[in-house]
Design a binder for this molecule. Structure first.
Ligand code: AMP
Length: 183
């Protein structure tokens, strides 16, 4: 199974990606996590993306596409994966389809966790990550609406979009996802 979970920070996509990975015994590919680790380690990638992540802006598509390509070439992804936070732009979505075609793989479903703006802000502020200050959270929501929302239409058109009410309890959300995927 190859699945992307789409939603802004605070939508619960990290939690749900983890649960779905465990349920299906396949790895999670969390781009936010990879970037945060790179920043912490001070690597070249980390230095390159630090300002974007800290300000709630998207990292450049070129950087992200290379990062995902490298990750999908690793052996543990051969049997499937759950992507958390990728793709986030129309360009990334299209490039992902090209890359998967090249690898002989196919995206089964894109899951959209629908959560109201008020809930998103509250949930993000309840955490204590350094990129979770109010202005950054609001900026990330705005960026999601401007850059990521359009790709929902892309997946809808391809009949691959699965809309899930993300305002249920974490267990409720995961049950709806399993049901929607038939797993
Ligand atoms: P997340 O934990 O998924 O909310 O990601 C945290 C931050 O990492 C985002 O606010 C972006 O700055 C960056 N990021 C994560 N995934 C992507 C992506 N697919 N494209 C661009 N930037 C990303």
């Amino acid at each position: 199974m190859r699945v992307c979970i789409l939603g802004p920070t605070g939508s619960g996509k990290g939690t749900q990606a983890g649960l779905l990975s465990q349920h299906l015994h396949i790895p999670t590919i969390s781009t936010g996590e990879i970037l945060r680790q790179a920043i912490e380690s001070g690597s070249d990638l980390g230095q390159q993306v630090k300002t974007f992540v800290e300000q709630g802006e998207l990292v450049l598509d070129e950087t992200m596409i290379t990062l995902i390509r490298d990750r999908l070439l690793q052996a543990d992804t051969a049997q499937g994966w759950v992507m958390d936070g990728y793709p986030r732009t129309a360009f990334q979505a299209e490039e992902l389809d090209f890359l998967l075609e090249e690898l002989g793989q196919r995206l089964d479903r894109a899951i959209w966790l629908e959560v109201s703006e008020g809930q998103l802000v509250n949930r993000s502020l309840e955490r204590s990550r350094s990129d979770d200050q109010l202005e950054v959270v609001q900026r990330r929501i705005q960026v999601f609406q401007e850059r990521t929302q359009p790709i929902l239409e892309y997946y809808e058109m391809k009949q691959r979009l699965l809309r899930i009410n993300g305002e249920q309890s974490p267990t409720g959300v995961s049950q709806s996802i399993y049901q929607g995927l038939g797993v």
